[in-house]
Design a protein around this ligand. Structure first.
Ligand code: DO4
Ligand code: MG
Length: 293
């Protein structure tokens, strides 16, 4: 069972998608209201939805105008949580020489994970919205990641797909440039649905697939599994919430495990798909920011 929002009569409508791919509207304004109702009634969100789906009208999923399933007040991200990410960062930091220990080797092994601030609701886009390329970077990639939707205590409520758009040249020049390599207008995408925590028996079994299309021809495809994560999902959340103010509906991205080849950079009019089976395909066209300002 997964949760979406779609545009219905110019409003965002919360809905659930059943395992048979049928959509049932939910009588809640947003995802957190569903969770709060479940908590008040001492039930799971899953139970509530099953009851509504058994009695409510359903419609097909195909053709709906999807939007972000949640207005995440903040998106945070974890870094260098997969070997693949460490190797890619080392390539950037050493200009391909891979001749020395770097910050990335250290953080991969350290007890404390890298956690950074990625996005706010205003910078975050959803299914089919464009992600933008930064105008001062010549080496940009999508980072397909599993996202955790958490409440203000850090309890995981569900899973979402995310794209942590990144500038490899800016980050490789100096790690202190990380915020500029990671945060700009439309640099973060989440969606297309939230897979309820109680619908997933083992999140480490989830697969993450990334495809990039240029002129509708596939120019990259890569796949990995969350069980390649160096850390546990719980420890990433623990470090995020420690002595922090966190808001209900925050998304924590858990790091990238799929990286296009080093010679690849995104271009204007490319199209990115981030797929997590069970959550769906997060599709975003790519636009060069100068062209839209
Ligand atoms: O260290 C920089 C960022 C790493 C990151 O975003 C990732 O590993 O996914
Ligand atoms: Mg990332």
């Amino acid at each position: 069972m997964r949760i979406i929002r779609y545009i219905k009569e110019n409003e965002k409508q919360l809905a659930a998608v059943t395992n048979e791919n049928r959509v049932v509207d939910l009588p809640y304004t947003d995802f957190m209201s569903l969770i709060e109702t479940a908590r008040r009634e001492n039930r799971t969100a899953f139970d509530i939805i099953e009851q509504i789906a058994a009695n409510g009208d359903t419609q097909p999923f195909e053709g709906l105008h999807l939007t972000t399933p949640i207005d995440a007040p903040e998106v945070w991200a974890s870094g260098v949580t997969y070997k693949k990410s460490k190797e890619a960062r080392n390539y950037e930091a050493t200009q391909g020489k891979l001749d020395r220990q770097t910050f990335y080797d250290k953080v991969y092994e350290a007890e404390r994970p890298e956690i950074f601030f990625k996005s706010t609701a205003a910078r975050t886009v959803g299914p089919n919205d464009p992600v933008y390329l930064r105008s001062d970077s010549n080496w940009q990639i999508p980072e397909p990641e599993l996202g955790l939707v958490i409440d203000k205590e850090g309890t995981v409520l569900g899973y979402i797909a995310g794209n942590d758009m990144s500038c490899r040249d800016i980050e490789g020049e100096n790690p202190l440039y990380l915020p500029q390599a990671k945060v700009w207008k439309n640099s973060c995408s989440i969606g297309p649905s939230i897979l309820l925590k109680e619908a997933v028996s083992d999140p480490y079994e989830l697969k993450i697939i990334c495809r990039i299309y240029r002129n509708e021809e596939k120019v990259f495809e890569g796949e990995a599994q969350v069980n390649q994560l160096k850390r546990t999902l719980e420890e990433l959340v623990e470090y995020l919430v420690l002595d922090n103010t966190i808001f209900d509906g925050t998304v924590l991205l858990t790091g990238t495990c799929v990286v296009p080849p080093n010679e690849f950079t995104l271009k204007d009019h490319d199209r990115i798909e981030v797929e997590i089976p069970g959550i769906g395909v997060l599709n975003n066209p790519v636009i060069q920011s100068k062209a839209v300002q």
